[in-house]
Design a protein around this ligand. Structure first.
Ligand code: ATP
Ligand code: MG
Length: 204
């Protein structure tokens, strides 16, 4: 049975959100015929402890600003409002409940993050609850991505769909570094986010 609605979930720390995230979400929306994409900033990420992650509220607001001009994009507070560590399985359970049986869920991820996600809690349930889309990212071209997907297939006997995305060699790490060093971040992320970062003195 084909489901009536198709909803994409784009997870990330979004510290800060940038054009790499936005281009990937838009490509997934178009290629997989999604009705909407929900950006879901992580709360307290268990897998990122090597630097002090910016407050969830700042990351949420920057995400909300960045998606504002796309009628198909939404942002959810589900992970940032949850106390303690957040796992993809809990987020998927939440959206499955919210949207009900008539909706097919898609989880959008970059090539670098896909194996991470699948080594998280309750992999089998995670894979059964949604369709995974893995996007190419500079450093992870299609052939390298396909190798990774074969590994997933071997480990979990499950299909993840690869997706070619216009290469945007942008990372939040690089943006944070550039702000710290007083370098320009113009054209790497929407202007509204650049202004927000400046106004609140984030990453300095
Ligand atoms: P950081 O450098 O802090 O890890 P990031 O740029 O990797 O930040 P995340 O918030 O970690 O951003 O990523 C959220 C999701 O977006 C992940 O699935 C990641 O693979 C994907 N993603 C991030 N940047 C890109 C990009 N430039 N192209 C394609 N996918 C991306
Ligand atoms: Mg990352």
């Amino acid at each position: 049975m084909t489901k009536k609605n198709r909803v994409g979930i784009m997870g990330g720390t979004f510290d800060p959100i940038h054009y790499g995230h936005l281009v990937t979400a838009e490509a997934a929306r178009i290629n997989f015929n999604l009705d909407e994409v929900i950006f879901t900033p992580t709360g307290n990420p268990p897998h990122k402890k090597d630097y002090a992650v910016t407050s969830a509220e700042h990351r949420y607001l920057m995400t909300a600003l960045a998606i504002n001009d796309n009628p198909f994009f939404k942002v959810s507070r589900v992970e940032i409002d949850r106390k303690g560590y957040t796992y993809t399985v809990d987020t998927l359970r939440y959206f499955a409940r919210e949207y009900g049986n008539d909706t097919a869920l898609f989880f959008i991820s970059g090539a670098d993050a896909i194996l991470d996600i699948l080594t998280w809690k309750d992999v089998r349930e995670v894979l059964s609850m949604c369709t995974f889309i893995a996007a190419t990212r500079p450093g992870y071209p299609m052939d390298k991505l396909k190798q990774k997907l074969q590994e997933i297939k071997r480990l979990y006997n499950s299909e993840v769909y690869p997706m070619e995305v216009t290469g945007m060699d942008i990372s939040s790490t690089e943006i944070r570094r550039r702000v710290r060093e007083g370098l320009s971040i113009k054209y790497l992320l929407p202007e509204s986010i650049e202004k927000y970062i400046k106004k609140h003195g984030i990453y300095r």
